[in-house]
Write a protein that binds this ligand. Sequence first.
Ligand code: GAR
Length: 200
Amino acid sequence: MIKLGVMCSGRGSDLQSIIDAIADGKLEAQIALVLTDKPNVMALERAERAGIKNLCVDRKLCADQLSFEAKLLNELRAAEVDLVILAGFMRILSPTFVRAYKDRIMNIHPSLLPAFPGAHAHRDVLEYGVKVSGCTVHFVDEGTDSGPIIMQAAVPVLEGDDEESLAARVLEQEHIIYPAAIRLYVEGRLNIKGRKVCIV
Ligand code: GAR
């Protein structure tokens, strides 16, 4: 059974969609560990409620990025994690971390990449005035939101949308495609060829 390590920073609704997919028998994997970079966030409660090992590596209590990531890596290795899942994890990981789990880190981003990378996708989408947005699951490479794309879903941007209403519409799709993309990985159906991910 593939062991997942899910890393979050806040609410954890994407984490919940993975917990639910496993519970419903739609995803054959085990969440070995949930890690957060902040204390007292809802993601920790969700993990606790589901009986999943969880802990916070508080970035603010770490001297620097190197020691923060060393702690994360220690925990992931101790839990024998095969695939790292970034689920609303709002920190950029260094090339050292990415290399440690090369081609074994997935992220979900709330826009149709390569459009609107970064921490404020919905705000940027609304400011730009595009009519379609969505979400992207991709492998993490050493850039920001730039790795090979696994799956995307589109939603309309509606007249009168604000960040909250757009985020809610996009989240519905996130909760469908993230478990589905992880399932493809678990089934060994994702082949990375340069920038492209072939689904076999
Ligand atoms: C999700 O919309 C996810 O796509 C986004 O944060 C939200 C987390 O929600 N991630 C990023 O913006 C990463 N740059 P959640 O905490 O309820 O899962």
